[in-house]
Design a protein around this ligand. Sequence first.
Ligand code: HEM
Length: 155
Amino acid sequence: MSTPTMRRRLPLFILLATLSLGFWSLTSSANDRAEPADKDEALEHAMEELKDLFRDLNKTLRADGQEQQAADITAEMLKHILTAKDQAHVVHIIEDASPAEQPKLIAEYRIQMNDVIINLAQAENALLLGNKKQAAQFLSEVKQTQRASHKKFKD
Ligand code: HEM
């Protein structure tokens, strides 16, 4: 049974319910949208750091007597490549592949990351021993793997 007061308040009630539903769906779709961006962030951040560190490393290698600083930069790069290695699940080319193709792509991604890790660590060792020429050879391997990996995995 509805009283006159209830009938008067009905439009207000409907308005409030509509507004709160609208607000709820807005915030939930904003969360849905935020998720993929967050997911990608660790990989993007690691790659940006690697780019900046690689540039600093090349600058340091051009200067005389900075092998120790250069070795420290390679050690820093290794931390970021390890983070990136853990992010195969957010790489679009891998995410979009069929379940049958995914394991092979993930293995390839890890192998290329390991290749960078091995060559960066070898470059670090060469620099710690003061051998800049040998370090440059390992770093050119890193550059080649970077090019091949981006061709395969970066969209
Ligand atoms: C020292 C070596 C590397 C450097 C300096 C480097 C640098 C970069 C840079 C600057 C970007 C663009 C980041 C952005 O979107 O803002 C990028 C993206 C990317 N790189 Fe690398 N990269 C390296 C090695 C690798 C390796 C070995 C792989 C794979 C095995 C790889 C896979 C990717 C992928 C999948 C993206 C796209 C990330 C995204 O979704 O935005 N990178 N990299």
